[in-house]
Design a protein around this ligand. Structure first.
Ligand code: F6R
Length: 255
């Protein structure tokens, strides 16, 4: 794992943007996360697009997950969130037809999961990830299979509490079920770029980087991926035993 520990979230976001623009092969598929963590990164991609330095025109984008049963026009429907961040000439050049999200409104969510797995099969070049305070990536919550493919997931109470801030701070408005790429689906991406900021992510990041691989901390599966870059701020890195060592390695690679 390549681990960057930045003093602040803003500096971490700038590092993540640089890594993405250097390493994502334009024209290929970009795996995109939702939640608050990657929003600054999407700002940077829009800025770079406006400056003519980066484009998602000709590329496709695949979401990690989608709430089941959320209204088609709900602002927190992940398809709508990602379209608002990325789609259009005034954003990153991504075309709406090239944005793929699991169909959370399908009559058969199980079929929608199978369809999404098939759609993503040609492969993601670079997958952007955030992480839940309980260690989930995508919406793969603790206790799920480390070998899962796209499936119906049940959100934990912790995740619904964490996400209530997007739903008027009312946990009852947070959907209970989702469609999510499985851990094996995520692991099929060629490259992974995981971002984690803030003290609420510190325990999960301790587990992901220094813990044992375990279904209890789903993000730990990334230890088996050959090409992972992790960008943290100091708060998210606070529990790492070898933080100074990771900083030395990162600096030696980026001289
Ligand atoms: C989002 C996703 C989740 C989030 C995680 C962190 O598509 O799959 O794994 O990355 O819940 O969310 P934030 O960034 O809001 O803390």
């Amino acid at each position: 794992m390549r681990i960057a520990i930045a003093p602040t979230q803003a500096e971490g976001t700038a590092i993540a943007a640089r890594v993405l623009m250097e390493r994502f092969e334009q024209g290929k598929a970009l795996g995109v996360a939702t939640g608050s963590t990657p929003l600054g990164l999407y700002d940077k991609l829009r800025e770079a697009h406006a400056a003519g330095e980066f484009t998602l025109a000709g590329s496709s984008a695949y979401a990690l997950d989608e709430y089941i049963g959320i209204d088609a026009d709900h602002p927190q429907r992940y398809r709508n969130v990602l379209a608002a961040e990325l789609v259009g000439e005034d954003k990153t050049g991504l075309k709406d037809d090239d944005l793929h999200t699991p169909d959370g409104l399908a009559d058969s969510p199980a079929q929608a999961a199978a369809d999404y797995e098939q759609a993503i099969a040609p492969g993601v070049d670079l997958q952007i990830l955030g992480i839940g305070s309980d260690g989930h990536i995508g919406f793969n919550e603790p206790g799920g299979s480390l070998a899962s493919r796209t499936h119906i997931g049940v959100l934990t109470e912790q995740t619904r509490t964490d996400n209530a801030r997007f739903f008027d701070n009312d946990i009852d408005k947070v959907p209970t079920h989702c469609l999510t790429q499985g851990l094996a689906t995520i692991m099929s991406a060629k490259k992974i770029l995981l971002l984690a900021f803030g003290e609420k992510k510190a325990e999960a990041m301790k587990q992901v980087i220094e813990g044992a691989v375990s279904a209890f901390w789903p993000g730990t599966i990334l230890q088996h991926h050959p090409d992972v870059t992790i960008v943290l701020d100091e708060a998210a890195a606070a529990q790492l035993q070898l933080a100074d060592y990771y900083k030395t390695i990162w600096e030696s690679w980026n001289k």
